[in-house]
Design a protein around this ligand. Sequence first.
Ligand code: URA
Length: 237
Amino acid sequence: MKLVKLIANLGYGTRKDVALMFREGRITDPDGDVLYADDKVPHEHIRIDEEPLDPPTGMVLVMNKPLGATCSRKDIGRVVYDLLPPRYRMRDPALSTVGRLDRDTSGLLLFTDDGALLHRIISPKARVAKVYEAVLASDLRGDEGELFGSGTMMLESETTPLEPAVLDVLAPRRARLTLTEGRYHQVRRMFAAVGNHVEALTRVSVGALTLGELRHGEWRALEDQEIARIFEAPARA
Ligand code: URA
C-alpha cells in the first residue's frame, strides 16, 4: 500500500493532509532522514514528528474501562473512545470494542480493527471465557453455583437457556462468575434471578488475559502472544 494511504488510514488525516506532512518533512525514518511518499519502508521504520507510527491494521487494545463511560460511539456523555487518541476514531478499517460493558461496569475491555478476530472472540461457538467479579447487596444463599452451572437456567424474556457458568464464591457478598457467552446485562440479570442485586461489577479477565498493571482509564496495545491468551482458559479464583 502507498505510504500516503497507509498513514491516512491510520487516522493521521486525509490523504491531502498526509501528502502535506510529507512535503513538510515531518515523516522520517528512525535516523531523522526525510521520507518521500513513494518510498518503500517497513511500518516500524516510519516516524511522524519523531514519534513511531500507531500499530498497523490488526491492532488489538486492552483498556481498564472506568465506571461511567459507555461503549457506544455516539452516546452523549463520556464514551470509551474518548480515552484513546482522537485519530483512532478515524482509522480505516474502524476500531470497535469487542462486545460491550455496561456504563456501570468497569474492567477489561478489548478493542480491535480486525473483524475476523472480533468475530472469533465474541462468537458463542468460540466459548471464550469472560470472568466477572461482582459485589452483591445480599449474602449468597449457597445454591446459586448449582443453578448457574446447570445449563438450564432461563432468564426472563429469553427463549434459550444459559450456557453453564462457573461461580466462585470469594466472600459472602463477593463472587467471581465465568461466562462463555455475552447476553444483555447477563451478570446482573443472573443475580437478580436469584433474588440478589449486583452493587459493583468488574471484568477481570477475558480468557487467560488479565489487566495486569493497567489502572482505570489506562490502555495499551497487545502483543501477539497476549492476543493468544484470550483463547486460553482463565486461572480459577
Ligand atoms: N454482565 C452485565 O450485567 N454487565 C456487563 O457489563 C457485562 C456482563
